[in-house]
Design a protein around this ligand. Structure first.
Ligand code: SF4
Ligand code: SF4
Length: 377
């Protein structure tokens, strides 16, 4: 029997006006059949936005509060009991949510903030052992995933699958970068396996204003003008990649999903409902520098020798650095040293996880390319 195509909805929305966002999110979900298909009366529903760090909504670092409000209202209309939770990369959840404009929405809507400080061990996350996840995520009846579409130094884009990594509490995220080490494919597979375990019932992506350039924490806001929704986070990521001009099969997370048979990555197997995708594509979306695919065709001995020349790497802009020490304290490899006088990265120890670039509050760490990558173009 022919497999039914995966469905992802795409609705154009030009700004974050409360009524406009409500209409756009509602239409995105209605195109899939309506929220009552995803939430049953009385269910406890965790709404999981991207709360990476405490920036105001206009910085486009976090899921916009009006998108969170729309999700809360739709869950309530379906009879569910929403809570909103995440575990930021840096900073205390409440403070981050306050700066991101989420606390004001929660107070207006009478919804609780779920801290991810209690954890539960989880078995069967693919080949990954000793995973613990937030109890609030594992014990909710349903998860609604609310990613923001942004660039990412390590995974090129961050969206639906990567947003669920926030269910790994606090600093344990950094530990997983350490465990998977230089093997970025292994980290991408971890993300895919986590998505399989967490099984969000629905993803609603905020791509009204996304982030381009030095994302996910310090890039530039970029109008994309859409909300997307789908049951399969992998398919939502595939469609959102096309939306910003990226071929899905070049993204590490989607490559890992395809290899693991998790979700749908092939655009030929995805029905995009609503707006015309080809007409909505943002053609000049700025990505972070990427590793060139041809590098991995070199023999292993040569690749090892040329590691620095062939990989992207974090680069500190010393003029922008304020010597706060966050990158040094959070580096899983302790590859960053320094004090007031200046910070340095030891590239021999660096595993290119880009946690430092993600967390630097000044945007003083960017993604640079080794000399051979520059030559490859
Ligand atoms: S986190 Fe950024 S500002 Fe702070 S020391 Fe590192 S590079 Fe400098
Ligand atoms: S220096 Fe940055 S990219 Fe390198 S291991 Fe440390 S946190 Fe990761």
């Amino acid at each position: 029997m022919k497999k039914e195509k995966e469905k992802v909805s795409l609705v154009m929305c030009r700004d974050y006006g409360s009524d406009r966002i409500m209409a756009s999110v509602r239409h995105s979900v209605d195109l899939l059949g309506g929220m009552h298909l995803f939430v049953k009366p009385g269910e406890r529903v965790l709404i999981k936005p991207n709360l990476l760090k405490g920036n105001p909504p206009e910085d486009a670092v976090t899921t916009h509060p009006e998108v969170v409000r729309a999700a809360i209202r739709l869950v309530r209309e379906a009879g569910g009991e929403p809570v909103v939770g995440d575990s930021p990369g840096i900073g205390d959840l409440r403070r981050v949510a306050e700066r991101a404009g989420i606390i004001a929405v929660l107070e207006q809507e009478g919804v609780a903030l779920a801290e991810f400080d209690e954890v539960v061990p989880v078995k069967g996350v693919g080949r990954f052992q000793r995973i613990v996840l937030a109890r609030a995520a594992m014990e909710s009846d349903a998860i609604i995933n609310l990613p923001k579409l942004k660039t990412h130094g390590m995974t090129t884009l961050t969206g639906a699958v990567k947003n669920l990594f926030g269910c790994v509490p606090g600093k344990r995220k950094v530990q997983w970068h350490f465990n998977t080490g230089v093997d970025h494919a292994s980290f991408a597979l971890l993300l895919v396996e986590l998505a399989r375990v967490l099984k969000p019932r629905l993803t609603i992506m905020d791509a009204v204003v996304g982030m381009e350039g030095n994302g996910p924490g310090s890039g530039d806001p970029r109008a994309i003008g859409a909300t997307l929704a789908g049951c399969d986070p992998v398919a939502v990521d595939a469609v959102s990649a096309v939306l910003v001009g990226v071929q899905p099969d070049t993204l590490p997370v989607l490559k890992a999903a395809h290899a693991a048979g998790a979700g749908e990555t092939g655009m030929e197997n995805i029905d995009v409902l609503g707006a015309e995708l080809s007409a909505a594509i943002v053609r000049d979306f700025r990505l972070p520098p990427r590793e060139h695919p041809t590098e991995w065709k070199l023999p292993e001995w040569m690749r090892r020798r040329l590691k620095d020349a062939l990989t992207t790497r974090p680069v500190i802009d010393h003029a922008a650095c304020v010597s706060c020490g966050i990158c040094r304290n959070d580096c899983p490899q302790q590859a960053i040293t320094g004090s007031e006088g200046g910070y340095m990265i030891d590239y021999r120890n660096c595993i290119r996880c880009f946690c430092c670039q993600e967390f630097c509050p000044q945007g003083a760490i960017t993604v640079g390319r080794g000399w051979m990558l520059k030559m490859l173009g």
